[in-house]
Each structure stands twice: as structure tokens, then as C-alpha cells.
Design a protein around this ligand. Structure first.
Ligand SMILES: N[C@@H](CCC(=O)N[C@@H](CS)C(=O)NCC(=O)O)C(=O)O
Length: 349
């Protein structure tokens, strides 16, 4: 359920008292309902659906045999749709190449990118994108033809390596070879099918991309066993939902939808047991699940928004197990901070 103007006013008055709310509104609309709803949420509510740009990597984002989008990032998008529009299907996924998706987001063609975008400083400052929480800690890998007999990246001296245009991989691979005082030839390709075909047709010796991408794409090659993913990770690729700058509330909705998935896992709340947790005496869990509606009211969402996410999709770990475990992924950095990983939700209060 989206934010309604009356919902916001109710929350405001409940929290701060009628007099204060009235005086704030009189004092120049400092906290107008419009500002609280935010232009992106308004647009999405009117349209009735979120527009998300995605890639085509199995496990992360790919349509199933019925044409329904599946994957780890797809479920992150569905969680945001549940929080904001109350329905996991109120999000449309459209494939966009790494080269085109950032300009398309800037142009308002997408409300969000869920395409394995890496958080970088130049994307934040020069391009003006904002990032939600990192949902997958990745690193750049190299997929190489097995018959080359190469076992480490530095062995690729003089090789031709395919890179996808518009990705962080372009700079990373150049940095890597410069750092090692070695040379290579880059073949830059935009289209994903061409990128994979270049490896299969021998136009390149190797391709480089996020390892998340290469693990999935390797399975799509005609003879996966003829290619090996080298052990090194050339870079840090923290992958996060990306939104255009200028709409803080939209960014916060994205942030907290992801945080809800992580926090639910930390508390051991799953799609199977969430109803049991409704009886919890823990005040933090009662606020989280909307048994105590104060958090939902304060932020202008259905108090059950986090409950609905977990009930429908599960927690972060369930998403990981559903989509990535079958591909052989282990949690590693993508584990909770309580289990030695990097995932940490700020508090729900
Ligand atoms: N993380 C890198 C690469 C992003 C990227 O290219 N992601 C892959 C998926 S993980 C992709 O979209 N490939 C094209 C496709 O899947 O069609 C970046 O932000 O530049």
C-alpha cells in the first residue's frame, strides 16, 4: 500500500501532536505531504508499477519458461514493490545493456536499476546516481578458454580479452595489467550475446565481467566445460540497487526494503515462521512486523510492509538459497555480520 496524503497526516499527528503538525504546515509547508511522498513514488503510484532495468544472468535476473522474471535481484525488486505498492508483481523488468542503462535511468526511463550496478565514486558524483545498500559483494573475474592452459590472470600477457562497454570492467582490466606491468588487447563489446559469442568463436581468449555474471553466463555457453573461471578477483564490485539523484524518499524506500530482508534474517524470521513471530514480546520485532504500528505510521507505509515482504518472499538468506545456492554460490562476504559477513541492517526504530 503506498503512502496516502491522509495516511501521512495521520502519522504526523499521531507522532507529534495536532498542534505541532498544524503549525509546521502553516509555517510554509516545511513537511508537505508531497515532499514526503516524493516524485518517484508519486509517479509509480499513478502508473501502478515500478520500472526496473535488469541484465540477463541466470540466478540474478532471467525469465523462466513462462516468461516470469526470476532471480536474486528480481526478488529485491519485488520486495520494493511490496513495500511501496503492496504487491510483488507491481514491478516491470526490462533488459538494458550496461552501456545504456545508466543514461536510461538518468532520463527517467527506469525508476531503478537492479542490474548488478557497482557502487563507484564517479557514478555518485559525476553521474549523480544514488545507491541503496550493497546486496551482493562481488569481484571482477576472468573466464578463459581452457585449452590455453592459463591458471592465473597474469599468464594472459598479450592476450585479447573481451570487456563489456559501460561496465566497471573496462577500467579494472586496464588497471590490472598496468599494475602487473603486462600488456593485453581489449575487445570492447556492448551486446551481451556478442560478448559471449566472441569467446565461443575464438575472437577473444577470455572475457572479463563481474564473477556473478561469468558464473551464470558460463552455463549458457554451448560447452561450459571448455571454459574456466580464473581464481583471482580483480576488483571490489559491491552491487547495489541504483536510483537517479534528487528523490531522497525513493532512495530511503529502497534502502529500507533491502534492510528489512537482512534484518529478518538476523532475527531468524522466515516466510515459514513469520506468523509465529507476530506473537513475539520483543518490542523491536513487534515494530518491525507492524504488530506495533508506530514505525509504519511514522514513515507513511502500511505498518505490515516488512511482514508482507518476508511472508511473500522470505528473508535475505532465503533469497540467496533460492536463487544463488543452486549455482554453487556460498555466502562468503554476503553473509550476515553476525556470521562473519558484511551484511548489516541499521536498526528499525
Ligand atoms: N558491475 C558492473 C557490471 C554490471 C553488469 O554488466 N552486469 C551484468 C550482470 S551481473 C550485465 O548486466 N550483463 C549484461 C546482461 O546480463 O545482459 C558495473 O556496474 O559496471
Amino acid at each position: 500500500m503506498g503512502l496516502s496524503i491522509s495516511g501521512f497526516h495521520k502519522a504526523l499527528t499521531a507522532r507529534w501532536g495536532r498542534t505541532l503538525a498544524a503549525s509546521l504546515v502553516v509555517a510554509g509547508g516545511l513537511l508537505s505531504a508531497e515532499a514526503q511522498a516524493g516524485p518517484t513514488l508519486d509517479k509509480i503510484t499513478q502508473r501502478g508499477t515500478i520500472k526496473a532495468g535488469v541484465g540477463t544472468t541466470p540466478g540474478f535476473f532471467s525469465p523462466d519458461s513462462n516468461g516470469r522474471w526470476q532471480g536474486f535481484f528480481v526478488d529485491i525488486g519485488r520486495a520494493i514493490a511490496i513495500a511501496t505498492l503492496g504487491n510483488q508483481d507491481k514491478i516491470e523488468f526490462t533488459v538494458s545493456s550496461p552501456q545504456q542503462r545508466l543514461p536510461a535511468l538518468q532520463a527517467g526511463e527506469f525508476d531503478i536499476l537492479l542490474s548488478g550496478v557497482t557502487v563507484t565514486i564517479t557514478r555518485a558524483f559525476k553521474l549523480g546516481f544514488h545507491f541503496g545498500p550493497t546486496v551482493f559483494y562481488d569481484g571482477q573475474g576472468i573466464l578463459v578458454r581452457k585449452d590455453l592452459g592459463v591458471t592465473k590472470a597474469a599468464d594472459l600477457e598479450g592476450a585479447t580479452i573481451g570487456v563489456q562497454s559501460g561496465t566497471t570492467g573496462e577500467l579494472n582490466i586496464a588497471d590490472f595489467f598496468r599494475r602487473h606491468g603486462k600488456s593485453f588487447k581489449a575487445l570492447t563489446i556492448e551486446d551481451t550475446r556478442q560478448f559471449n559469442a566472441a569467446l565461443e568463436e575464438g575472437r577473444v581468449d577470455a572475457i572479463t565481467q563481474d564473477s556473478s555474471d561469468l558464473v551464470g553466463k558460463r552455463k549458457q555457453l554451448k560447452n561450459p566445460e571448455n571454459y574456466v573461471l580464473l581464481p583471482e578477483r580483480l576488483s571490489k564490485e559491491p552491487l547495489a540497487p541504483a536510483v537517479a539523484g534528487g528523490d531522497d524518499r525513493w532512495l530511503e524506500l529502497v534502502n529500507w526494503s533491502v534492510n528489512a530482508l537482512i534484518q529478518a534474517e538476523e532475527w531468524g524470521i522466515t516466510s515459514a515462521n513469520v506468523d509465529e513471530f507476530l506473537k513475539s514480546e520483543d518490542p523491536a520485532i513487534r515494530r518491525f512486523l507492524g504488530v506495533d504500528p508506530s514505525v509504519g505510521e511514522a514513515i507513511g507505509l502500511d505498518p505490515k510492509w516488512a511482514y508482507n515482504i518476508v511472508k511473500t518472499l522470505g528473508n535475505y538468506g532465503e533469497l540467496f538459497d533460492r536463487h544463488l545456492k543452486p549455482l554453487g554460490w556460498e555466502r562468503g562476504y554476503n553473509n550476515l555480520w553476525t556470521n562473519g559477513g558484511l551484511l548489516y541492517s541499521p536498526p528499525f526504530r
